[in-house]
Design a protein. Structure first.
Length: 407
């Protein structure tokens, strides 16, 4: 379907028919089938049409007045849904306004609604051209339909008749409808009746026309039912099933939009995380390259440190074993202390001995830890052990200081 054409689904003699309207310059053409429609006509037998008259009511209050009329006609529940009824006035500026109110009282067939989710809906009479002063009668969806236009050929009443043929019963029903609209002051002036025919005239139709004209007591003319047209104004009528389908579709679209937005947020977060990770990787590469450039210099420093460590013993004569032994011997008192162990390795110095008493052992341990020559070793001694004969043994350990800590 091109952008400038519209598909109409309208009730025909028995069922619905599809029409294609391509533009103003090209007449509509009947098509066999359409998957979707732009306009769908609601048959008269599915609607309630009420001509009304309003005296000095502004447009804001007109709908409430129409609802009161519908409630008075026993249609209160239906008129609570704005999508099921509409009241239309053609002479907005007139003091005495004639209104046409339509209400959808029965649902459309499912096969018609299947392609009508995005369609506009209007009474089927709005797709026909009427003649001012002439009531129109035609076959629609298996029944006769009567339409009454106003002085400017706008539809003012639209009703399905109970009969299927234009006979005395149909004439009596039409006379009752015309009399009711005349008594209520809502009906237009009707001077005759147009009998609109689908296709060619059937044999014996002229005799039927004369009998019907005599029964209805109005001039009756047989004319061809013209091709449909697109309504000049949209209607707000929408079947309840379509309203539910549109709401469900809106909810699905909203959920899809929310899901898409959530995915976009997640994608943006992942992108930001990936960008941050990439920046950290690039920074890490720069640091690795910088460290790699420093590696030759670091190797030189390591070699120099290794050589310095080898020279550390030679550069600290105060830590020579002989010197350490001499410093400890210097701390021994003339009597009461006998050194039994002097052990020195690369990192630790151990001194053990015997004292004639516990007091002598404690005194020597304090001298050992407080001696200026041994203070960098951080000697730690255990509590003296008392022997059975009253003597005491002791032991103290110190850790070799590094070269940088030696004052």
């Amino acid at each position: 379907m091109s952008a400038h054409e519209e598909i109409l689904q309208l009730p025909g003699t028995e069922g619905f028919q599809a029409w294609r309207v391509k533009g103003k310059d090209t007449g509509p053409e009947k098509i066999t089938k359409a998957s979707a429609a732009n306009w769908i006509g609601i048959p008269a037998r599915l609607m309630v049409s009420l001509p009304m008259r309003f005296h000095g009511i502004d447009a804001a209050r007109r709908e409430s007045a129409a609802q009161l009329e519908l409630e008075g006609a026993g249609l209160g529940m239906e008129c609570e849904r704005p999508n099921l009824f509409e009241s239309r006035v053609y002479d907005e500026d007139a003091r005495d306004q004639r209104a046409w109110t339509c209400l959808q009282a029965a649902p459309l067939p499912k096969e018609v609604l299947a392609g009508g989710v995005d369609a506009q809906y209007a009474p089927s009479v709005c797709f026909q051209d009427l003649t001012a002063g002439q009531a129109a009668v035609w076959q629609e969806a298996g029944s006769l339909v009567l339409a009454l236009p106003d002085a400017e050929a706008h539809p003012m009443h639209f009703q399905a008749l109970t009969g299927r043929e234009l006979d005395e019963d149909a004439a009596a029903e039409i006379r009752c409808i015309l009399a009711a609209t005349e008594l209520s002051g809502t009906g237009p002036e009707i001077e005759g009746i147009q009998w609109l025919q689908h296709g060619e005239e059937t044999p014996g139709i002229e005799e039927q026309r004369r009998d019907f004209q005599t029964a209805v007591d109005l001039p009756v003319a047989i004319e061809s039912l013209g091709a449909p047209r697109v309504p000049s104004r949209p209607w707000r009528l929408v079947p309840e099933t379509i309203v539910q389908q549109r709401q469900a579709r809106s909810q699905r679209r909203l959920l899809t939009l929310v899901a898409s937005g959530t995915l976009l947020v997640i994608a943006a977060g992942l992108s930001a995380f990936a960008a941050g990770l990439w920046k950290r990787q690039e920074a890490l590469k720069v640091e690795v390259a910088s460290l790699a450039a420093l590696e030759p210099r670091l190797e030189q420093i390591r070699n120099a440190r290794s050589h310095w460590s080898d020279l550390e013993v030679a550069l600290t004569p105060q830590q020579y074993p002989v010197e350490m032994f001499f410093q400890i011997v210097e701390l021994l008192p003339p009597e009461g202390i006998r050194m039994t162990l002097f052990e020195m390795d690369a990192n630790k110095l151990t001194v053990a001995g015997e004292a004639s008493s516990v007091n002598h052992a404690i005194s020597f341990r304090e001298d050992l830890t407080g001696a200026p020559a041994l203070k960098d070793w951080g000697f730690v001694g255990n509590n003296p052990s008392v022997l059975p004969d009253g003597r005491a043994t002791f032991q103290a350990e110190g850790t070799r200081p590094v070269l940088a800590d030696i004052q």
